[in-house]
Ligand binder design. Sequence first.
Ligand SMILES: [Cu+2]
Length: 82
Amino acid sequence: MKIRSIIVASALALASTSAFAFSCPKHMKAIDAALSKAKLGDAQMAEVKKYRAEGETFHKAGKHQDALDTLAKAEKILGIKM
Ligand SMILES: [Cu+2]
């Protein structure tokens, strides 16, 4: 019984981790697509690119929640609603 619940718990943990892992590239893609059409000032453009790069770094380091939080800042500037 105990072992069973441990297996269920780790399966759930694994599922949520991979869900995060999967959504970061989706956000990065949306940002890239919006960036090519966006009419932003130089400062805002630099800010978006900074958040986009930081998000990718977090994602590659396995820090998916940090990645999503950082990418969300870029999305906010671009006016992307996801
Ligand atoms: Cu990720």
